[in-house]
Write a protein that binds this ligand. Structure first.
Ligand SMILES: Cc1cc2nc3c(=O)[nH]c(=O)nc-3n(C[C@H](O)[C@H](O)[C@H](O)COP(=O)(O)OP(=O)(O)OC[C@H]3O[C@@H](n4cnc5c(N)ncnc54)[C@H](O)[C@@H]3O)c2cc1C
Length: 466
């Protein structure tokens, strides 16, 4: 088995999270030897792939399931992506970041009241956020109003925001890193190279084994492999209390009926956003609808081979895992939500059931307008704490001895740079040089100068959940 020289940091996973960490370490620290190992030949092939997510930069303006405290955290955290992209040459940026208007629509008296209240609470965070009445909505999105009974009250909050091609964002992190004059000898990227094992060697370094039999030795390892991070953590005896509920998110297309992104008011007890309509940054002239939520025991969408890994990581042999699943999924609201989503998978009739939901946004749509978006959609592996039987929303991080495991469901892509900065701080602490990064440059390039929170400290509270 071939072994290489010791790396300071080895990152496993080349999606938005792993590549953001690579970029952050290379740009803002002087760490000497960094490696990134990605299973597939192409960067961002799994959940960060453009087809596999909703391409929204979630900043908390239209996500009604975020508490106001969370909005205050997530807005500067997600905005780092926009600040980063602003530094790129026009021809590259224009393929990554797409300005678009974003709207959240309230339908009916109860939702209208909730959205009115929410507007008052978050308008200080988003000075450009506008409250729209029916006429304003019609001007911005005519088909949201067309055919809607006039007695049905609607109101919306909207402002300009971004759609993001997270796959190209991830590729740009790699390209920008490799373009540095000091990249040669400092940064190594291994593509098409699954990591098979991680273990300590006799002198306390980590040994990261790859499928080709080669081993990389590292002082610090960061797993940015989403659900696979938990699999590797468990092999080291960490995170044993966690299981994963595997929910596939799939999509439908219609012809273009919306000009921007339109979300609806969200039930906070559901872990996923309600269906929404979005332009697809790679499919002009269409509106992409979804995602649906389908129980599916795999770790990667459309990859049956990963179902064995799902069973290995989920701990289904333990009674308390089943008890947790029962407590979580038999909550009537969640149960009916999942049952309703099963209807969206039944061949032929699925578009008709789906249209019933989508009509909340565009009332004139019928089942005949929808076609399944084949090859689109990703996996949302939602963590469960089997000790407390709780469903854990948002991302999770397990920190071991010089090793980190990140699990990054939505909106992990939006906050990839923010998470990378947090991990950079952990990595530097592990290496014994906690302050060895260029904080001034980082704040200048990734943070809004008007943002006192990020100006004081770009790392927000670790308790923040997405
Ligand atoms: C339906 C859906 C809609 C979403 N919409 C949004 C949205 O609008 N906005 C948003 O911000 N987020 C959204 N998300 C979430 C977002 O896609 C993820 O948070 C984000 O892509 C996570 O990035 P990542 O790099 O952590 O994971 P991934 O992109 O999945 O990357 C993990 C990488 O690890 C690699 N890997 C795994 N195992 C190994 C191994 N053994 N060896 C080497 N490499 C390995 C994989 O090949 C993969 O490339 C959505 C997700 C879904 C499923």
């Amino acid at each position: 088995m071939k072994e290489s020289a010791i790396h300071d940091v080895v990152i496993v996973g080349g999606g938005a999270s792993g590549t953001a960490l690579l970029y952050t370490l290379a740009r803002y620290t002087s760490i000497a030897r960094i490696a990134l190992i990605e299973k597939y030949a192409v960067i961002g092939s799994v959940n960060s792939r453009a087809n596999n997510n909703s391409q929204t930069l979630h900043i908390g303006d239209i996500e009604t399931n975020y508490s106001v405290e969370k909005v205050k955290d997530v807005a500067p955290a997600a905005s780092m992506v926009a600040h980063y992209a602003a530094s790129l040459p026009d021809d590259i940026r224009s393929k990554i970041l797409f300005p678009t208007h974003k709207m959240v629509l309230a339908v009916g008296a109860e939702e209208v009241m909730k959205l009115d209240e929410r507007f008052e609470k978050i308008r200080a965070v988003f000075p450009n956020l506008r409250k729209l009445n029916r006429a304003d909505i019609e001007e911005m999105e005519p088909l949201v109003v067309k055919g809607r009974p006039s007695h049905k009250r609607i109101v919306a909050l909207a402002q300009m925001g971004y759609a993001v091609d997270y796959q190209r964002l991830a590729q740009s992190f790699v390209d920008q890193t490799l373009a540095r004059t000091d990249a040669a000898g400092r940064v190594r990227i291994f593509l098409g190279s699954p990591v098979t094992d991680v273990a300590r060697d006799a002198d306390g370094q980590w040994k990261v084994s790859r499928a080709n039999g080669e081993t990389l030795r590292a002082r610090v390892v960061v797993f940015d492999a989403d659900a696979y991070s938990l699999l590797f953590a468990k092999r080291l005896g960490l995170g044993k209390e966690f299981s994963l509920i595997p929910v596939a998110g799939t999509f439908f297309f219609t012809k273009q009926v919306l000009k921007g992104k339109v979300y609806s008011v969200q039930e906070p007890r559901l872990p996923f956003s309600a269906i929404h309509g979005d332009p697809d940054v790679r499919v002009p002239g269409k509106t992409r609808w979804g995602p649906t939520a389908r129980f599916f025991p795999v770790l990667e969408a459309r990859n049956w081979k990963t179902s064995l890994d799902y069973f290995a990581v989920s701990g289904l042999h333990r009674l308390r895992t089943w008890r947790s699943f029962a407590v979580i999924l038999l909550d009537p609201l969640r149960f009916w939500y999942l049952v309703r989503n099963v209807l969206y998978e039944i061949p032929i009739v699925a578009p008709y059931f789906f249209a019933l939901q989508a009509r909340k946004i565009v009332p004139t749509l019928t089942g005949a307008d929808f076609v399944r978006a084949r090859g689109f959609g990703g996996m949302r592996l939602q963590r469960v704490n089997t000790n407390t039987h709780e469903l854990l929303l948002g991302e999770g991080k397990i920190i071991g001895d010089n090793i980190i495991f990140n699990m990054t469901p939505s909106p992990g892509a939006s906050v990839c740079l923010y998470n990378a900065v947090r991990d950079m701080e952990h990595v530097l602490r592990f290496l014994g040089v906690p302050d060895a990064f260029d904080k001034v440059l980082l704040q200048k390039e990734l943070c809004d100068p008007r943002d006192s929170l990020t100006l004081h400290d770009p790392s927000l509270e670790t308790s923040y959940a997405s």
